[in-house]
Design a protein around this ligand. Structure first.
Ligand SMILES: NC(=O)c1ccc[n+]([C@@H]2O[C@H](COP(=O)([O-])OP(=O)(O)OC[C@H]3O[C@@H](n4cnc5c(N)ncnc54)[C@H](O)[C@@H]3O)[C@@H](O)[C@H]2O)c1
Length: 378
């Protein structure tokens, strides 16, 4: 099978997530980095491309030039997928440029800066006939796939309660004023969009909750805070959720939880059993019952099903985590392009729902924590 040729926008020297994408893309040898516009600064893009071993002729000063020049190359050489790893506000124009030149898109989250932009993205995607994937890696952990399968097969009975928490401590102080580049754009609505913590990590928690519970949030009430003085976006918030299948829920997304790392925990409670998963111990999944001892399921150990087995690479006891989960998204997206294989990679539906979540939460909180309906999508 030929490797999928991709070009990267963003991810230059000093950037965070672009390097994770490149590692993930190499895990299964199914992808090849052929070009890039790695930075908003042309010289930095060139330096970054050189360091990555990308031929100079295919390191571009900006993404528009990259799309236009790549489209002129022979079909068997030009990139096939544009990977977007820039701050949120540029996701839409980059994706539109990619579709306009016939390239698929694999984008990091949140999909866009606003819900209106995401609707525009959805229309452009529909007209293009191309593919779009959104990298919510938590949904690709083996034990999350196991959890989802158990809910789907009815092992929990009907789901009654969902509790999802994503707490980090790195923005507890105003480090955006100390030259911390990742913090600086995340707290700036011009770059990040309408959501602070909600847009940055709340969208992950939201996607994970719907993905595993198998129900969609239909209404929410949010209580968001700008805890650190001077911030213009939320850095902490709690959201009450009502799901269309009858469950209720609570989502906490906070970046002022002093001392917390990427503390993402999901609990799903059904009539007969409950699930408990934490990203800090991602190869474990607790199943809890009312009438017998709890069970600890482990990645790669007997007791897991096909979905979890397909999402792991090494025997039990060898820890797998974030990069491998990202790699699963890359593997599945490649298969969907090469063989039309159905995929669990979040797509435009998840993109629209994530942006709707952010905007509905912000509106609800501004209206005094009022209940608000999530918009529906065709
Ligand atoms: N899925 C995840 O787990 C995850 C984790 C972290 C970040 N993210 C998302 O990834 C994106 C990037 O976040 P980050 O933390 O890596 O940011 P970052 O600030 O570390 O890196 C952003 C990069 O984009 C480049 N850039 C900006 N505008 C550009 C343009 N017009 N053309 C080319 N390059 C441009 C910058 O020069 C930089 O190299 C954000 O949307 C963020 O929400 C996702």
């Amino acid at each position: 099978m030929e490797r999928v040729r991709y070009g990267m926008v963003g991810g230059g020297e000093g950037a965070f997530i672009g390097a994770v994408h490149r590692m993930a893309a190499r895990l299964d040898d199914a992808w090849e980095l052929v070009c890039g516009a790695f930075s908003s600064n042309a010289a930095r893009s060139q330096r970054s491309g050189e360091a990555l071993g990308v031929p100079g002729a295919r390191v571009y000063d900006d993404y528009r030039t990259m799309m236009a020049r790549e489209a002129l190359l022979p079909a068997n050489r030009r990139m096939q997928v544009a990977v977007i790893v820039t701050p949120n506000r540029s996701h839409l124009p980059i994706a539109l440029a990619a579709f306009g030149h016939g390239f698929h898109v694999l984008s990091d989250k949140p999909a866009t800066a606003t819900l209106d932009e995401c609707r525009e993205l959805a229309v452009a995607l529909r007209h293009s006939g191309l593919r779009y994937g959104l990298t919510h890696p938590y949904s690709a952990y083996p034990m999350i796939r196991e959890a989802r399968a158990r809910v789907m097969h009815g092992e929990l009975g009907s789901v009654r309660k969902v509790l999802v928490e994503y707490t980090q401590g790195w923005l507890a102080e105003p480090i955006e004023h100390e030259g911390q580049k990742q913090a600086a754009w995340r707290v700036d609505p011009d770059y990040a969009g309408a959501g602070g913590a909600m847009g940055d990590i709340g969208v992950h928690a939201f996607q994970l909750a719907e993905f595993v519970a198998g129900q969609q949030v239909k209404q929410l009430a949010a209580d968001l805070y700008r805890t650190v003085p001077g911030r213009r976006l939320d850095d902490d918030g709690t959201v009450l959720l009502r799901f269309d299948g009858g469950a209720s829920g609570v989502l906490i997304a906070s970046q002022i939880f002093v001392g917390d790392e990427n503390n993402l925990r999901l609990r799903v409670v059904g009539e007969k059993a409950a699930l408990d998963w934490n990203q800090l111990e991602p190869n474990s999944l607790w199943l809890k019952y009312g009438d017998r001892p709890a069970q600890l399921l482990r990645t790669g150990h007997p007791g897991t099903g096909g979905e979890a087995k397909a999402a792991r690479r090494v025997p039990s006891g060898h820890p797998e985590g974030y990069i491998e989960a990202f790699g699963n998204l890359y593997r599945e997206f490649a298969l969907s392009l090469q063989q039309g294989t159905p995929t669990s990679v979040p797509g435009i539906g998840a993109a629209l729902r994530g942006m709707a979540f952010v905007e509905t939460a912000v509106a609800s909180s501004a209206a005094g924590q009022a209940w608000r309906a999530m918009p529906g999508f065709d």
